[in-house]
Write a protein that binds this ligand. Structure first.
Ligand code: F6P
Length: 314
């Protein structure tokens, strides 16, 4: 099942998990619409018909939904009954830490083992350097920033571009650095508009023709920053909020390969008898981490990225 915000790479992960499970002699099923589908019995055999197109389609063909009913024991019991009548005795959930915690509660209730695959464009799941969907999203943002720079250069304009990432500036930082932005505001780094003004006023006076500022949605500064650039740096400034375009799109090669790696590891984890592990990717290696560790930690942005970005916040 997929759960929480959709992310590119979810579909290839579902496809690969179903294929690997079948190869291991298991009978794979698909649960549609996340936790809601688990409660409402939207569970079907993973036939070739149902997994068709999953290799290259963005979003999640299994769809996703947020369900508060899963917090209630009677609905978790209903979900367990749905699994029992089909002899389903293991789950793979592709999503974020909220979904993992829900499945862990389900494990504590009914001892149904699960393996979690981290997937969110925010890249903010503790214990893993990478979550499915991030690369596709970064490339979507890169394409957008490159296009905006073309028009910014043509009109001597400044653009503030707001990226997603609920509480995490990873998307903003990595794309600001790789697209050559002049300003980057993220929740992880205290910013200083006065020192940004000092740094850029001279450049504007000396003929700077365009300016790109990236603001993570979590800092809630996009409107203010646009007006500030207009008034303080005397540049005609516009705001582009990228929004949900960042979540869609066909998964990149990297996200497809990562989907295969995570999905294969998830099937292996269940075969090995693990009961509630989260798949991770750390220092280039696929591994697993306990749900307790993932639930108890804060996401970490690599120090190098933070260091490089500090000069764009001052
Ligand atoms: O968690 C992924 C994410 O895309 C965040 O970056 C964003 O803040 C949020 O989901 C948007 O949620 P929704 O699709 O419910 O508006």
């Amino acid at each position: 099942m997929t759960s929480g915000g959709d992310a590119a790479g979810m579909n290839p992960a579902v496809l690969c998990a179903a294929e690997q499970a079948a190869k291991s002699g298991m009978k794979p099923y698909l649960i549609y619409e996340g936790l809601r589908g688990l409660i409402d019995d939207e569970i079907y055999e993973a036939t070739k018909e149902r997994t068709k197109g999953m290799l290259y389609t963005g979003g999640t063909l299994l769809r996703s939904a947020r369900s508060t009913r899963f917090f209630e024991e009677k609905y978790r019991q209903q979900a367990f009954d749905n699994l029992q009548k089909r002899n389903i005795n293991k789950l793979i959930v592709i999503g974020g830490d909220g979904s993992f915690n829900a499945l862990n509660q389900f494990y504590n209730d009914f001892q149904v083992p699960f393996a979690g695959i981290p997937a969110t464009i925010d890249n903010d799941i503790p214990g893993t350097d990478y979550c499915l969907g991030v690369d596709t999203c970064q490339n979507m943002i890169r394409t957008s920033i490159d296009s905006i720079r073309d028009t910014a250069n043509s009109f001597n304009r400044a653009f503030v571009i707001e990226t997603m990432g609920r509480h995490c500036g990873y998307l903003a930082m990595t794309t600001a650095l790789t697209c050559g932005a002049e300003i980057c505001l993220v929740p992880e780094i205290p910013y200083d508009l006065d020192s940004i003004a000092k740094r850029l006023k001279n450049e504007v006076a000396n003929g700077r023709k365009s300016l790109i500022a990236i603001a993570a949605e979590g800092v809630r500064m996009s409107d203010h920053l646009t007006r500030w650039i207009n008034d303080t740096l005397n540049m005609d400034a516009r705001l582009t909020v990228l929004g949900h375009i960042q979540r869609g799109g066909s998964p990149t090669v990297y996200d497809r390969i990562m989907a295969f790696k995570f999905a294969t590891a998830a099937v292996e984890s269940l075969k090995a008898g693990h009961t509630n592990k989260i798949m991770t990717f750390r220092e280039g290696q696929i591994g697993t981490e306990s749900i307790d560790y993932v639930a108890g930690q804060k996401p970490v942005v690599p120090e190098l990225i933070l260091d490089l970005c500090r000069s764009l916040s001052h």
